[in-house]
Design a protein around this ligand. Structure first.
Ligand SMILES: C[C@H](CCC(=O)NCCS(=O)(=O)O)[C@H]1CC[C@H]2[C@@H]3CC[C@@H]4C[C@H](O)CC[C@]4(C)[C@H]3C[C@H](O)[C@]12C
Length: 329
């Protein structure tokens, strides 16, 4: 499972939790403006916006999980198994392999408004990157500094949803999550009031009842509600440190601890568990990509503006997974 969100203080932030039972070799990857991005069914992008994000780089191609471009436009792919439906290439449509969607949109669009126009012509194809890397069933959260949308392609075709809460999780489709969220619209960050039996003496017996009644389990529908509540009620200072720290707290409200989501066993009998492999928070205005990993909760960052953005080579940074404990004596 995965959770993605946006957050605004003085600057704008976009990030996600990546929850999975194993890790590819993902790296923080900067794609500069002249790195040629070949496309399987359409013209290569030879010059494009620069972008930074988390990618598995294979054959010098950045397979982005989430990324932000130099204008701030951001995208994250989230698992959508059983619902994502990719087609054969079709005449008269913009045929893109699913792994090309992030670089193709972020390479060319500065805003969600521009992305909507390009997305309207897209037909995602079932093209595999390689026999070892078949297409992943995904849907995408796309955001700029002002608005968020969700892009899904199912059996019924493509859909673009306005996303007024700026959060996204996994199955099922986005419209379900918004309807489900309404079940909790009474949830409040304030102390509860006795509306159930007026006149009967009932006082809150404890503090800390913010959000009383919202779900706390790790299912996709529950995480959507939990992270929406946390984000929408979040208060923080607006310095970079306070904003980034608060963003990781928001994602922390839906992180997966090892052991809580068991998926059975592999061929060798090892227990498989989903857990939050990394959490990211990109400052959309400044192109700084912050992340933590399951092993290392200290924050690391890569600043895209410290790279040569006019170059033609990927800049790749290994994740800092070593735990760092500040020993005080
Ligand atoms: C698994 C992840 C979603 C996490 C998630 O939601 N886990 C929940 C489970 S669930 O909700 O319980 O079902 C997704 C998110 C982005 C994906 C990569 C995108 C690029 C590339 C595309 C290629 O075509 C195939 C390989 C490739 C590296 C992809 C591998 C994998 O698929 C990634 C990491």
């Amino acid at each position: 499972m995965c959770t993605a969100a946006t957050y605004t203080t003085k600057d704008h932030y976009f990030g996600r939790n990546l929850d999975l039972e194993f890790s590819y070799h993902e790296t923080v990857t900067v794609t500069p403006r002249r790195k040629v991005l070949p496309m399987r069914h359409t013209d290569a992008l030879k010059e494009h916006y620069a972008m930074i994000g988390m990618a598995f780089v294979v054959e010098d191609y950045p397979l982005y999980y989430d990324a932000t471009n130099e204008k701030g436009l951001s995208m994250a792919g989230l698992n959508f198994p059983g619902n994502a439906h990719y087609n054969a290439p079709a005449d008269g449509r913009r045929n893109l392999a699913s792994f090309e969607l992030i670089p193709w949109i972020l390479g060319q669009c500065a805003t969600v408004e521009q992305a909507r126009i390009l997305l309207a012509e897209v037909n995602l194809t079932d093209t595999a990157f390689s026999p070892q890397l078949p297409p992943s069933p995904l849907h995408w959260l796309i955001a700029d500094q002002n608005e968020s949308i969700v892009f899904e392609q199912t059996e019924n075709g493509t859909r673009i949803f306005d996303n007024p809460v700026g959060v996204m999780t996994n199955n099922p489709t986005f419209d379900y999550h918004m309807l489900h969220l309404q079940d909790y619209m009474n949830a409040s960050a304030r102390l509860p009031e006795n509306r159930l039996a007026p006149g009967v003496g009932m006082e809150p017996y404890s503090r800390g009842m913010g959000g009383f009644g919202i779900p706390g389990d790790l299912s996709s529908a529950s995480r959507f509600v939990k992270v929406a509540f946390t984000k929408m009620n979040s208060l923080s200072g607006d310095s970079e440190e306070e904003s980034v720290s608060q963003f990781f707290k928001i994602l922390g409200s839906v992180e997966q601890q090892k052991g809580c989501c068991r998926l059975g066993t592999d061929e060798d009998g090892n227990l498989l568990c989903e857990y939050t492999i990394y959490s990211s928070c990109c400052n959309m205005d400044r192109g700084i990509y912050y992340y933590t990993t399951y092993e290392n909760s200290g924050i690391s960052c890569v600043d895209m503006n410290r790279e040569d953005l006019d170059g033609d080579r990927l800049a790749v940074y290994e994740l800092q997974k070593e735990p760092r404990i500040c020993r005080q004596n």
